[in-house]
Design a binder for this molecule. Sequence first.
Ligand code: NAP
Length: 244
Amino acid sequence: MATAFITGSARGIGAAIALRLAEDGFDIALNDISEAMFEDNDIMEKIAAKGVKVQKFICDVSNYAQAEETVKAIKAEFGSIDVLVNNAGITRDGLMARMSEEQYDMVVAVNQKSVFNMSKFVGNVMMRQKSGRIINLASVAGVYGNPGQINYSATKAAIIGMTKTVAKELGSRGITCNAVAPGFIKTPMTDKLTDDQKNAMLGQIAMKRFGEVEDIAGVVSFLASKDAAYVTGQVIEISGGIMM
Ligand code: NAP
């Protein structure tokens, strides 16, 4: 059985991706920064109900040593890691003029360094396997910018560069690396926005609705599937048409 490892998957988009990949038949390695994140929901039970193996691995993905230990533990438990979804991400929004150094550095560590950490350690496993899929969560904020998100948009633009670099470095080993760039998706991350911010966003969306977590999970499922075997280094926007 093939294994998929999804970071930041206790809730939100990561949980939806994990559930969808379980439906696709993957054994699932879940991750989040704290055990408590799994107490508020039944994601483990929902995945187990699909008849696949599921286990959670608590670690801070921005921590290099913890990332290495976690990847070793997943490899030991599951035998292989066939799909890595770099999903964990945070926001610490604020206009640049008022943003603190701490706000900037924290978002870079969690959103961007984590992609280096996990892609490196899982990439090493995939190179030995001579196959694998790496799928990164970028954002339309990394493509078009977004006021109040200089930290977040920097990390999401970086992820696009990292995706293309990993695709070029690992392609000859049978490993693909792609990114999805969601627009506004209904999750705890976007619940924090004010009604004014949400309405302004809605005005820009061609489809006049916010995205559902399943809209992201479906595209990730495709990128992890046999049908996407020759797709690499690409960024697929899933935004209901925010920009075209
Ligand atoms: P979410 O609901 O906040 O879920 C993210 C999960 O990652 C949370 O459970 C979070 O735990 C966890 N996490 C945070 N820091 C971590 C760390 N250091 N190590 C391990 N896990 C950590 O966010 P989401 O909306 O599902 O977003 C998922 C991804 O999609 C992110 O990369 C985000 O940038 C991207 N995205 C989302 C949208 C959107 O509209 N929602 C749009 C574009 C891109 P805590 O709650 O404890 O922090």
